[in-house]
Design a protein around this ligand. Structure first.
Ligand code: V47
Ligand code: SF4
Length: 382
């Protein structure tokens, strides 16, 4: 039996594939075959639903002591272009986000050498007080580790303090590639893969959900990608706390990784499809359209993806590294992309609860252009 037949049978039976099989899939050239198998796993988990979120990214500072060589966003404090938002600036962006109907603020930044832990607590408390209904998905595991170092307090204490201040969940950034041979090359100052996983385990342990990412398309090989996903799958078996896996396509401009071209569409779709097949215990595979481009993100709905993130509005990390995508997509555009792919668009909140809005006039305009599937208005949870 050939490889894809074996994998298809396993996926149809709801079984797990091995790391060796995952690696073999990366060597397979049958992209459409991979997409078909990924679609089986995707449909079993999510039916024809494709999720999106109305959110607002806020990158409060680009000053960072780590200076990972793949990161074009970060600066030393004295560099031109270094910035740190005070709370008023954060609140201004949040006000805009709230006015645009955001249900989530996605807040990540650099590891600032001088900001006290109180800055981050105040940021959460102020946002929560002003926008109690908006979910705060904030601070990567790398930042959480930094806060623990800053305060000298145990990891769990720091997480609980952030949670008490309004933290709702953790984003999936900072995972990069766990394998030390790659990690020590691309981000030698960053916490280890084992520490990243330990922080996520502690967060899940106190009831905080999180995402997980993988930065691909730089110096890593396929073995490192499979190793990365294997470690995530093992932790997910123990905690069940990961919501979505998000493969992030490396952007090389202005970085210190020389001679690297952008990933190709085939590589992006293959990586997404294999992740859907491999991560049998993750409910969602998310396409971050900012990094993939709108068109690949839309097509990825046929390669295992069930979630397109999001309206975003302001994005600094990938755009510093040469992304030519827009920084924002409207809710209507996301709905149209999903419908035109033959899926049922479902607006979600951070925790994948369906959101119901009165969008009658919006929908009329969209369905005039796209007469296919109706917008699913299922019961909202709030
Ligand atoms: O950790 C940095 C990546 C991440 C580059 O959890 C780069 O829902 C490409 O994690 N090219 C931050 N990527 C963003 C992130 C994220 C994004 C969207 C959704 C979620 C989620 C999380 O961006 C970093 C790093 O892996 N990154 N530089 C670059 N040159
Ligand atoms: Fe700092 Fe994160 Fe950029 Fe690394 S990826 S330099 S930790 S902001």
């Amino acid at each position: 039996m050939d490889l894809l037949d074996t994998i298809r049978r396993k996926v149809v039976a709801g079984e797990r594939i091995s790391p060796q099989e995952g690696l073999a899939l990366f060597a397979c050239d049958d992209l459409i075959g991979l997409g078909r198998i990924a679609s089986i796993r995707r449909r079993k988990k999510n039916g024809d639903r494709a999720y999106f979120i109305v959110n607002r990214h806020i990158n409060h500072t680009n000053v960072c002591v780590n200076r990972c060589i793949f990161c074009a966003f970060s600066r030393d404090a004295a560099d031109p272009g270094a910035y740190t938002m005070d709370l008023a600036e954060v609140m201004t962006r949040a006000e805009q986000g709230a006015a645009e109907g955001a249900t989530e603020f996605h807040i990540v930044g650099g590891l600032h050498p001088d900001l006290p832990f109180g800055y981050y607590l105040d940021l959460l408390k102020n946002l929560k007080a002003r926008f109690p209904q908006i979910h705060l998905q904030a601070f990567t595991a790398v930042e959480i580790d930094y806060f623990a170092g800053l305060t000298g307090r145990p990891l769990e204490t720091v997480l609980r303090e952030l949670q008490a201040a309004g933290l709702g969940s953790l984003p999936g950034g900072g995972a990069e590639i766990f394998h030390p041979s790659v990690r020590n090359t691309i981000c030698p100052e960053k916490i280890s893969g084992a520490r990243w996983l330990a922080i996520m385990e502690a967060a899940h342990g106190i009831g905080l959900k999180s995402n997980a990412t993988m930065l691909y398309g730089h110096v890593e090989d396929h073995t490192a990608r499979v190793d990365h996903m294997t470690r995530l799958r093992e932790l997910q078996d123990r905690t069940g706390g990961f919501q979505a896996f998000i493969p992030l396509a490396f952007h090389p401009d202005n970085t210190r990784i020389p001679n690297t071209a952008m990933t190709t569409g085939v590589e992006d779709l293959k990586t997404l499809a294999i992740s859907r097949i491999f991560l049998d215990n993750f409910n969602h595979i998310k396409a971050f359209w900012i990094m993939l481009g709108e068109k690949i993100a839309q097509v990825s709905l046929h390669f295992g993806v069930d979630d397109i993130d999001g309206t975003v509005v302001e994005e600094k990390i990938t755009h510093a590294a040469g992304a030519r995508t827009a920084e924002a997509l409207s809710r209507q555009t996301l709905v149209r992309m999903i419908r035109k792919a033959g899926r049922v668009p479902v607006e979600r909140d951070t925790l994948y609860r369906e959101i119901r809005r009165d969008t009658t006039s919006e929908d009329r305009a969209v369905s005039a252009r796209s007469p296919r599937a109706p917008l699913l208005h299922q019961k909202g949870s709030r």
